[in-house]
Design a protein around this ligand. Structure first.
Ligand code: NAP
Length: 251
C-alpha cells in the first residue's frame, strides 16, 4: 500500500468546506497529506476533522469567480505548508434555466468558476512544479455532463465538457514534465448542490431507479479515486476522466 501513501505531501483542495471537496480533503488527509483548503467560506469543520487525524490544514480565503487571485492563493499555500504536490480543482457552481432564456450572466458565473479559474489555478501550480523540477498531480472534478448533455444547465454542461477537454490537453502538455492531470466525474452525490433533487420525491426515485448501485453516492465515495490519482500508484495515468457514478454511465 506504500504507493498510495501521501505522507508529507501538500494537497490544495478548492471548495473544501462542504460536499465532495470536504470528502476528498479528508480522504487525502487520511492517506497522509496536509491540506490547503481554499474557498470563499472558511472550511472550519474540515480543518477540525483533518487536525483530529494528526495532519495540518490551512485555510485560504478566495473567491474563484475571479482568477486574478490564483498567484496569491499558491503563494499562501507555499508559505504555510511548502510546495503544492497535489491540486484538486473541486469548487463549482450551477445555474438552471431553459436554453432559450439562458442569460449571459448565468453563463459567465458558471464558466468563470468551473472552467476559467480551474485552468489558471492549474497553470499557476504547474508552472511552479516545472520550475522546481517536482512531480505533481492535478485532479479536476468533472461531471456526468462531461459525457452527457443534460437539460436546463447550458453553462454547466459547457463548463464540465470543457473540464474533460482541458484535462486531456493539460495531460498531453505536462505528462513529460512528471505532472499527471486527470479528472474524476462524480455521478449523483448527496451534497448541498443536489439537495433539491433529493427532496423531490419523483425526481429522486427516477434518479435512484437509473443508478445500477441503487443509491446516491456520498462524498466519501470519491476519496478512494482521489487518493489513487493523487498518489504514485497512478504515475502512468494521464488524461483520464474516471467516473465514480454507481454505474450511471454504464446504463
Ligand atoms: P457543493 O456542496 O455546493 O460545493 C461546491 C463548492 O464549491 C463549495 O465549497 C462552494 O463554496 C465552492 N464554490 C462555488 N463557487 C465558488 C466561488 N466562486 N469561489 C470559491 N468557491 C466556490 O457541491 P458539490 O456537489 O460538493 O460540488 C463539488 C464539485 O463537484 C463541483 O465542481 C460540482 O460541479 C461537482 N459535481 C457534483 C455532483 C453532485 O452530484 N453533487 C456531481 C458531479 C459533479 P461555498 O460553500 O462558499 O458556496
Amino acid at each position: 500500500m506504500k504507493a498510495f501513501d501521501l505522507s508529507g505531501k501538500t494537497a490544495l483542495v478548492t471548495g473544501a468546506n462542504t460536499g465532495i471537496g470536504q470528502g476528498i480533503a479528508i480522504g487525502l488527509a487520511e492517506a497522509g497529506a496536509n491540506i490547503v483548503a481554499v474557498g470563499r467560506t472558511p472550511a472550519n469543520d474540515t480543518q477540525q476533522r483533518i487536525e483530529a487525524l494528526g495532519r495540518r490544514c490551512v485555510l485560504v480565503e478566495a473567491d474563484l469567480s475571479n482568477c486574478a487571485g490564483v498567484e496569491k492563493i499558491v503563494d499562501k499555500a507555499e508559505t504555510e505548508l511548502g510546495a503544492v504536490d497535489i491540486l484538486v480543482n473541486n469548487a463549482g457552481t450551477i445555474k438552471r434555466n431553459d436554453a432559450l432564456d439562458f442569460t449571459e450572466e448565468d453563463w459567465d458565473t458558471v464558466m468563470d468558476v468551473n472552467l476559467k479559474s480551474l485552468f489558471f489555478l492549474s497553470q499557476c501550480v504547474a508552472k511552479r512544479m516545472v520550475a522546481q523540477s517536482r512531480p505533481g498531480k492535478i485532479i479536476n472534478i468533472a461531471s456526468m455532463l462531461s459525457f452527457q448533455g443534460g437539460i436546463r444547465v447550458a453553462s454547466y454542461t459547457a463548463s464540465k465538457s470543457g473540464v474533460a477537454g482541458l484535462t486531456k490537453l493539460m495531460a498531453n502538455e505536462w505528462a513529460t514534465k512528471n505532472i499527471c492531470v486527470n479528472a474524476i466525474a462524480p455521478g449523483y452525490i448527496a451534497t448541498n448542490n443536489t439537495a433539491a433533487l433529493q427532496a423531490d420525491e419523483k425526481r429522486n426515485s427516477e434518479i435512484v431507479g437509473r443508478i445500477p448501485a441503487g443509491r446516491w453516492g456520498s462524498p466519501d465515495d470519491l476519496s478512494g479515486a482521489a487518493v489513487f490519482l493523487a498518489s504514485t500508484a497512478s504515475d502512468y495515468v494521464h488524461g483520464t476522466v474516471l467516473a465514480v457514478d454507481g454505474g450511471w454511465l454504464a446504463r
